[in-house]
Design a protein around this ligand. Structure first.
Ligand code: AMP
Length: 123
């Protein structure tokens, strides 16, 4: 009897599949951008590849650097649209660093009001 290697889909895979609702802010052929369900800054967006192939940013950089560059470019575009073009880009990598979803994703954090909503260490 062969052992199953199937794993549970990540929450972002389920969002890509339309199984879980989300507030989309960006969509391209390979990337989805949504609002974080529990924002930790006045603007808190998440960007992730539609593929669930890469668990973290190091895997993505090694496997598809062009896709990582695309995500960084979209982060700037969204920060221009939603804030003043200044933002924090975070990829939590590993459970000990706070990663809870093992489907690579960028946090785009910004405070367009400049009221201190992006204090150092807030994520
Ligand atoms: P991390 O802790 O770096 O893995 O980030 C996972 C992020 O996903 C957290 O900031 C969560 O608030 C966010 N999150 C989890 N589930 C959802 C969801 N259904 N829609 C939007 N954001 C989510």
């Amino acid at each position: 009897m062969s052992e199953s290697t199937e794993r549970e889909p990540t929450v972002f895979e389920r969002i890509v599949a339309g199984e879980i609702p989300s507030t989309k802010v960006f969509e391209s052929e390979r990337v989805l951008g949504i609002r974080d369900i529990a924002p930790k800054a006045p603007i808190h967006l998440l960007l992730f590849p539609k593929t669930a192939e890469y668990a973290n940013v190091a895997d993505l950089a090694a496997g598809d650097p062009a896709l990582l560059a695309e995500i960084v470019g979209i982060a700037q575009q969204l920060a221009d649209e939603h804030a003043n073009g200044q933002y924090r880009l975070t990829f939590n990598t590993g459970a000990d660093a706070g990663q809870t979803v093992f489907h690579v994703h960028a946090h785009v954090l910004a405070d367009p009001t400049r009221t201190g909503g992006l204090t150092e260490g807030s994520l």
